[in-house]
Write a protein that binds this ligand. Sequence first.
Ligand code: NDP
Length: 362
Amino acid sequence: MALLPLGLLLLKSTKCYASRRVPVRNLMSKQLVYSKFGDPLCVVKFRESAIPQLGDLEVLVRMLAAPINPADINTIQGKYPVKVDLPSIAGNEGVGIVEDVGKNVEGISPGNKIIVTKPVQGTWRNYATFSKDVVRVIPDNLGLVEAATLTVNPCTAYRMLTDFKPVRDGLIVIQNGANGACGQNVIQLCKAWGVKNIAVVRKRPDIDDLKKFLEGLGATHVLTEEELRTTTIFKDKVIAKPTLALNCVGGKSTTDLLRHLEHSGAMVTYGGMSREPVIIPTSAFIFKNLSFFGFWMTKWNEKADNKADKEVMMRDIVDLMSDQKLKGPVHKLVKFDNFQEAIGNALSSKGFTGCKYILDFS
Ligand code: NDP
């Protein structure tokens, strides 16, 4: 049973729909807001704001958790290609509990667990009103971290493994940044679908632990970037050459990935963590007939043609999560009040953390 604010409890006992809006006006929302683009540690500030009256097609949500993704940081910096009106509440995805619904909302009820499915809704706040069209009811048993991070990385991984090469027919996948949140989803989906996959990561002092962890998730082979350059696993036929490469790094790491691709394979670039350009040798086009694509989940979601595919994908992902076959990323929950710590760590250029920071509103 969800904990309702006192005002709402009083309201529910009156069974009077005309007066049910009054308490919402008295409820305050604590929010992380930026009024100008810039360094997130400087421009993101706490604000308390009265919750506006609930519209007929809106839902009032008590947020439980929201992650800090690279795209959130880039949006606050003004470097992300999504239009944001300032001042803006930060955060693109998150999970919460419905506290109240507008009088024309159907299929969503107080107590439902929901995720926010459309970007730029401002999820970094403890209470929010959202249009009913930007939330989706999920099963109560879905884990907090899985639910909070469902719409970006699992969906990106799912699409990249589905839309470019028929990897479920026995093809091999290779990816860099494999210990990142998206990479962990790629590995787990590959395992769930019986797809062999090679995970490439940066070397670090605890590399053996990281390799064990990623193998446990379902990676067939885990190689450091250096090992990838000298590996003989393809020549020795330990595993066939990959047909699909997923790249979130750029620079040398990308060139090393594509050297191992099978003839007529494809590379999908979805991130540029090294901030280095993607360099493709001429021979990759002429002699290996490789194809190169970019993928952006935001754009995919906007295309009306993808509505049916989206429904199938969401159901598949929720089922896999409910069956514990798709787990949330390695993470740290950070109390809302300590948001600077969470942002600072998410911003850190040191890397080697492999940890998603998640704001905890409880
Ligand atoms: P995480 O922060 O969870 O992971 C980042 C990964 O990148 C880690 O594996 C990290 O490795 C690696 N990395 C960081 N810097 C470098 C570097 N200089 N060289 C090599 N590897 C590096 O991020 P996400 O998984 O959430 O996102 C990864 C990327 O994908 C981001 O650029 C993000 O914006 C993008 N993305 C794009 C989407 C789209 O729709 N196009 C959707 C989702 C994500 P290490 O542990 O060694 O630091």
